[in-house]
Design a protein around this ligand. Structure first.
Ligand code: AMP
Ligand code: MN
Ligand code: MN
Length: 341
């Protein structure tokens, strides 16, 4: 059931033992929002813990209290009276559902979140879940300490591409300003998040070499195979290297993380990539979305390029006259790849 922010605050006040989680492949917003809420709830005297069913990328592991984030073990149980799910619907939290059967309070900003399990507070206009947590903090009259502010700022900064993307709105800056007043030093956070080892920069260059154009340059893709993936801590930021290409409306990155598990990230300048991701079982935002394709790289690549092509034709981003059936879309995708690479 959809609820308002004051009702969400009430649910938190009423609970004592609270399990907080966020999506797998955790990003700055997922990690920042869980860490901020952990501190807020503890300051209210609650017994709160964070479990995330994935590893935490090392650039985020310096955030305050990050060492408290636990990864669930198989068959582990956690006795809680509320499960708070942040920055995703309950379908992307991995094994957390096996940890507890507690009622769900879901707080998110993804327009594709259609969760009907438990209570949902959704603000699809919020730039980040951390922006929502900032306003929730006010609702709870909780103090925004410097440590809380650092976590919230990190989530807002990463989800807005450091206040560059179209999700950046006046209230995003207002929240960020208050967080800087609470002690955040934006330059230090940027430095920490940008940090890469020499090897990682070399890998970036190898990843860039895989870049190819499709559909006359309107789509650009990058491909990180298992070999390349095994050498990096995270693929975060790689897609930003190619989404700048002037001809491209859609940029995508396919990472084969494990055999037949391909993670897809998409960015766009207007094309509703959340809709494309949904067709492949994922979701996200209009201009930033993702999904997972359970196939090898070659099949995932074909499936994704075809789905992007079909969506773009149906919605007038590509001329249908050139692509009358699936085979032609495949062919066009392949041809453009060959022509442009
Ligand atoms: P990413 O490319 O991983 O940065 O993801 C872009 C956006 O899409 C983020 O807001 C994600 O939370 C969302 N997203 C990514 N993968 C999925 C998925 N499988 N289902 C729903 N949302 C997703
Ligand atoms: Mn996220
Ligand atoms: Mn987010």
């Amino acid at each position: 059931m959809k609820i308002t922010l004051p009702v969400a605050a009430e649910k938190l006040r009423a609970a004592d033992k609270i399990l907080i989680t966020a999506h797998i492949n955790p990003d700055g917003d997922a990690i920042g929002s869980t860490l901020a809420l952990l501190q807020i709830l503890r300051s209210m005297g609650k017994n709160a813990e964070i479990y995330i069913d994935d590893k935490i990328p090392k650039n985020f592991s310096v955030m305050p209290f990050a060492e408290e984030i636990r990864q669930p073990r198989e068959y582990e149980k956690f006795d809680a009276d509320l499960l708070v799910i942040l920055d995703t619907a309950p379908d992307r939290i991995g094994k957390i559902k096996d940890l507890t059967g507690a009622p769900i309070l879901n707080i998110d900003h993804h327009i594709t979140n259609k969760n009907e399990e438990g209570d949902l507070y959704i603000d699809a206009n919020a730039a980040a879940t951390c922006e929502i947590i900032f306003y929730l903090c006010r609702e709870l009259s909780a103090e925004i300490t410097k440590n809380v502010a650092v976590c919230l700022y990190t989530g807002i900064a990463t989800d807005t591409g450091f206040f560059n993307y179209s999700n950046t709105r006046p209230s995003t800056f207002r929240a960020a300003a208050a967080l800087v007043e609470a002690g955040v030093e934006p330059n230090l956070i940027s430095e920490q998040l940008e940090k890469r080892t020499f090897r990682e920069v070399q890998i970036m260059s190898a990843a860039l070499q895989t870049t190819k154009l499709f559909y006359g340059g309107k789509v650009v893709g990058m491909f990180v195979d298992r070999e390349l993936y095994s050498q990096v801590d995270t693929t975060e930021g790689l897609i930003d290297l190619i989404r700048v290409i002037d001809s491209a409306d859609v940029a995508f990155l396919i990472t084969e993380k494990e055999k037949n598990i391909c993670r897809v990230s998409m960015r766009s300048k207007g094309v509703e990539v959340s809709e494309i991701a949904k067709r492949l079982g994922g979701g996200g935002h209009v201009r930033a979305a993702g999904c997972t394709i359970y196939q090898n790289m070659d099949i995932a690549k074909m499936t994704l390029i075809r789905t992007i092509g079909e969506f773009m034709i149906e919605n007038g981003y590509l001329r249908p006259i050139d692509f009358e059936n699936r085979e032609e879309v495949d062919l066009a995708a392949m041809n453009f790849e060959n022509e442009q690479s």
